[in-house]
Design a protein around this ligand. Structure first.
Ligand code: MRU
Length: 344
């Protein structure tokens, strides 16, 4: 069933890309409009747009913008310029594989094109966007089937419409499950960037879905209380063996879940699976600046106090109960990995 989408992270209109500036939410709903690829690369780097699938879609539109802007140049010059901008986009954030997947799809198409490329590239970016929404709606139904009559759901970070083309991965499952029957929905605050507090509970409220925010450090207590049956998260990259890179703190939740007999569902489109990467140990974990959470008074050259700020972690497959994708669900991925989902 097609769902109405209320929240849009990315809007393509009049040959321009509008990006909802997620740094300003929930107080301010503000779109920045971009016409060049370097602007979009900067928007990804600075987290105006974030979430693995949304980053990939933004990058696809950015390649279309690059072609649109540079095609007037003579043949080799425009291709060189687009190549350089693809490299710039690829350097914006390292962990989410959707970025590289989308750049690859766009680049492969471009290499095969002879005629005027502008419309074709815009159309391909729009297709990538639409396919992501369809995948999310499909995963929403699949995931909701698995949840059956689970009463309490806890999510981490924001894997919703804001993090994707629309509807969301983990939050898409939560949306679909809630439509079937009301459930208690908990969201972690998600330190240090507060995606849960600033984005997830806001996004749910936009759809009239009630939720309860908890401090990250309250998760063990919540699980012990028996209020939660499932933890539902998205992913930034899934290795072939089923290891899952996602927002920092996911691994802690997975360990806590195992101890308390709570199940862990990972929801991600197959564009998030890096079939060529054998194990999660090889996933590059983005480190962001210490001053994203270090109190300003410590942030000086002669300070004895620094901060360590890895923004993702890797949850071993053995802690994951099920991975839900648009091509189906893999239960107990530690047994055989996720290779069965590879149709190439
Ligand atoms: O640093 P962010 O906000 O880009 O991290 C986002 C996450 O970790 C999400 O859980 C993940 O990208 C999946 S989004 C559908």
């Amino acid at each position: 069933m097609e769902q109405k989408l209320n929240v849009h992270a990315l809007v393509w209109q009049d040959q321009k890309l509008s990006v909802l500036d997620q740094r300003k939410l929930p107080e301010i709903v503000h779109y920045e409009t971009y016409v060049t690829a370097p602007e979009v690369a900067e928007a990804i780097k600075t987290m105006q747009v974030r979430g693995a699938p949304a980053i990939g879609i933004a990058a696809a539109y950015a390649v279309a913008l690059s072609v649109q802007q540079n095609y007037q140049l003579d043949n080799s010059a425009w291709r060189q310029q687009v190549e350089a901008e693809i490299k710039l986009l690829a350097a914006s954030r390292p962990t989410a594989v959707n970025l590289f997947w989308a750049l690859n799809v766009m680049q492969e198409k471009l290499e095969k094109l002879d005629g005027s490329p502008v419309e074709v590239m815009i159309q391909l970016a729009q297709e990538i966007h639409q396919q992501d929404i369809s995948a999310n709606q499909k995963m929403g139904e699949l995931g909701a089937d698995i949840l059956a009559d689970a009463q309490g759901l806890l999510t981490h970070c924001n894997a919703g419409a804001l993090a994707t083309g629309g509807y969301g991965t983990a939050l898409g499952v939560i949306r679909s499950a809630y439509q079937r029957q009301a459930r208690r929905i908990y969201a972690d605050e998600t330190r240090p960037w507060l995606q849960g507090a600033r984005l997830t509970v806001w996004e749910l409220a936009e759809d009239n879905i009630p939720s309860t925010l908890i401090a990250d450090s309250a998760a063990a207590m919540l699980m012990k209380s028996g209020q939660v049956d499932w933890i539902i998260v998205g992913a930034d990259r899934i290795a072939a063996n089923g290891d899952v890179a996602n927002k920092i703190g996911t691994y802690s939740l997975a360990v806590l879940a195992k101890y308390h007999g709570v199940k862990l569902m990972v929801v991600a489109p197959t564009s998030t699976i890096d079939f060529a990467m054998q194990s999660g140990d090889d996933i590059e974990i983005e480190q962001r600046a210490a001053n994203e959470f270090l109190p300003q008074c410590y942030d000086q050259a002669d300070s004895l106090i620094d901060a360590w700020n890895p923004v993702f972690d890797v949850t071993p497959a053995e802690l994951v109960s099920v991975i839900v994708t648009e091509r189906g669900a893999v239960f107990n991925p530690a047994e055989k990995g996720v290779g069965e989902l590879n149709n190439e």
